[in-house]
Structures are given as C-alpha cells and as structure tokens.
Design a protein around this ligand. Structure first.
Ligand code: G6P
Length: 372
C-alpha cells in the first residue's frame, strides 16, 4: 500500500500532489499544432452543437462545485446561458430542457445514481448529453450521447481533489470549444485562454511547493469548531468546496458564502477569533471585485475574525487586514480556481491529520454513491 501511495502518507496527499498532471493530462491532445481546439472525440457535429441555446450542468458534491465554477467561465466565453443543478434536484423539478439543450453531467466515478438518473431524464426530454467523467467504461458515459474524459487517473481517497481540478479543466475545454465554434472574437479569445490554461500545471506545481505555512496553520487549528469561507464570482464555489473538504475530512462545521452576501446574514456569525478564509479575486478582476472583497476582509477583521487570505502574488492590498496571507501564482481571473482551491485542500488534509482522523476514509461517506 505504501508503494501505491508513492511515498505519501495518504492517497489524498498523493492525489493533491498529482494535480499538475491531472490538469496537464486533461488538456493533452485537445488542441492541434496551431492551438485550435479539436474535440473529434465527442462525435457530435458542429451543427448540432451550434444549435445549443442553453446548457444545464448536473452533478453532485464536489463535481457540482466544478460545474458552478464552469458556469461563470462558459457564460463569459460563449454567452450561452448555463444553469447548474444538483442532479437529485434536477430529476424531480420538472426541468426545462429540450432538443436545443445541452446537458453536461460531471462525475468522477461515472456511477453516481442521482447523476445517472438526471442524464437519462435529460435524454428522454430530447437534450444532447455530454458526460465529463474520469472513469472509462463507467455507466454515465455509456448512457450519454458523448463523453469528454478527465485524465486525472484513478482517485482513491473518498474526498475528491485532483478529479475536481480535472473536471474544471475539461469543462473549460468544452466551453472554449463552443466559443471557437461561434467564431470571430469568441474564437480569438478562446485561443488566448487556451494558451494561458497550458501554463496552469506549472503554476500548481510551484504552489504545491509553498504549502508549509498552510500545514502549520492547520496544526494550530486542530481544536477549531467552526470555519467560514468567503469568495466571489469563481471564488464562491471555491469557498464552498473549501468548506465541503473541511466537513468531509475534519468533521468541522464549515460554510462557504458569496462574499457579497456577508451583510445579508453571515456577518452576524463573526465573533472574536473565528477563522475566516477569504478567496480574493486577482487585482485585474473586472468590476472592482478585488477592491470589494478586500473591504469585506476589513469588515470581518474589524469584528475580530481571524482572517486567512488567499491572494495572488504581488497583491499587497490584502496585507493590512490579513492575519495570514497564502499566496497563489498570478493567472487571469477565470482560471484562478485551479490555484486557489489547492491551499484549501491542503488545509483540510492537515487539519484532519492533526485530529488523528482517517483522511482517505472519512466516516459515513462513500467514494461513489450508487443508490438514490
Ligand atoms: C461522493 C464523494 C464525493 C463526490 C460525489 C460525486 O459524495 O464522496 O467526493 O464529489 O460523490 O461523485 P462523482 O463520482 O459523481 O463525481
């Protein structure tokens, strides 16, 4: 077993460190020598894809957060409306899906019963279905019109890490492909983003080399009872994923919020010493989002929160209000989740370890939920 873990103490740790490959391998072979996206593997005609006027993502758990990240990006790149539905909610909500809809399911295992049922229902309604999946030959890809595999390799730890990054990557590839099909400025932008996406694996690698402080913070926090996570735009699902990892692995009450929602409720939870992670949008984010989140940090700090800030290298604006600053490499705003979630995974891993818990097999959870 030690050999299978490649020298790491747990599968989860190994899988976190596999993430540069999970992203890199998922990008591999999906562009030609000129940088154009080529997705012949989908075997869906350009006409059929060009007909799509609405996208619905169905998934559960971490995969649904990947879908939420993808929504911001795909809508921005293609101007096609994207909705994200939890698969178990979708199935029984009388969903508005028809022949012009593309239903994208996301599933690491390809066996999650709720997601499978959602896909079957979408097909009955006439939708085109694409499965984003990590497991060859599994059920959901077989029941879908097409599949875009994530190449994260087998994920053993119950809590998903590298599959999440690979899912975001595959959804981005799909979104950029749809943008390319739209042509003109959409296609030009897609090319530029693809280029930047190819630089992400090396950035994850660099980031993974700087996690010592995160491990220390986690160790000091072994007795913590509650942790909040704030994020905005693509940082919002990252905040929810950070909270999910902490619930799953360390059995700590944790919640992720949209930072803009703070004054509509969550700020009442802030009390002296409460740890709050804040995922800060890069300073080049549109609509002053960076400034807005920095002022959120200031607001919660003024009320005594212990602020642990995930910010880009070179972002000095956060420093005066941060108890801890965790740096991530620079990238454009929509690609940031591929970096900002990494310290949150590492934090949950080490907090769980500090509490003496079973990181790879948390209580009450299954790797794949094959019952409704
Ligand atoms: C379970 C796992 C989660 C995973 C979810 C969806 O709850 O514990 O880590 O995100 O299922 O699984 P899937 O295989 O469909 O991605």
């Amino acid at each position: 077993a030690a050999a299978e873990k490649g020298g790491y103490a747990t599968f989860m740790e190994k899988e976190i460190f596999d993430q540069p490959h999970a992203v890199g391998d998922t990008l591999l072979g999906r562009t030609d020598e000129t940088g154009r996206l080529v997705l012949d593997e989908l075997r869906i005609s350009e006409e059929q894809l060009g007909n799509v006027d609405r996208i619905t993502v169905v998934a559960c758990g971490t995969a649904a957060y990947a879908g939420m990240v993808a929504k911001y990006a795909i809508e921005h790149w293609t101007r096609i409306p994207v909705e994200v539905a939890l698969a178990h909610e979708f199935r029984y909500s009388d969903p508005i899906v028809n022949e012009r809809s593309l239903v994208v399911s996301i599933s690491q295992s390809g066996e999650t019963m709720d997601t499978l049922m959602a896909v079957k229902h979408a097909r009955e309604l006439g939708a085109l279905t694409i499965s984003v999946c990590n497991t060859h030959g599994s059920t959901i890809p077989r029941e879908s019109d097409a599949v875009l595999y994530t190449h994260a390799g087998p994920e053993i730890a119950v809590a998903s890490t590298k599959a999440f990054l690979a899912q975001i990557t595959a959804c981005y590839v799909l979104g950029l492909y749809l943008a390319q099909l739209r042509g003109g400025a959409f296609a030009d932008d897609a090319q530029a983003v693809m280029k930047e996406l190819h630089e992400v694996p090396a950035k994850i690698e660099d980031l993974l080399g700087t996690m010592d402080r995160v491990r220390e913070i986690a160790r000091f926090m072994a007795d913590t009872r509650s942790v909040l996570f704030l994020g905005r735009n693509v940082g919002f699902p990252v905040a929810m994923e950070g909270a999910l990892k902490l619930k799953e692995l360390a059995y700590i009450h944790a919640e992720g919020f949209a930072a803009g929602e703070l004054k509509h409720g969550p700020i009442a939870l802030i009390e002296p010493g409460l740890p709050v992670f804040v995922v800060v949008p890069g300073p080049d984010s549109p609509h002053d989002l960076h400034k807005k989140v920095v002022s959120n940090i200031q607001e919660i700090r003024a009320r005594g929160a212990r602020t642990i800030v995930i910010a880009q290298e070179g972002d000095e604006d956060v420093v005066p209000f941060a108890d801890e600053v965790i740096r991530v490499p620079q990238t454009s705003p929509l690609l940031q989740p591929l970096l900002t979630v990494v310290p949150l995974q590492v934090f949950a891993l080490h907090l769980s370890t500090a509490k003496g818990l079973d990181v790879d097999q948390p209580r009450n959870l299954a790797k794949s939920v094959t019952v409704e």
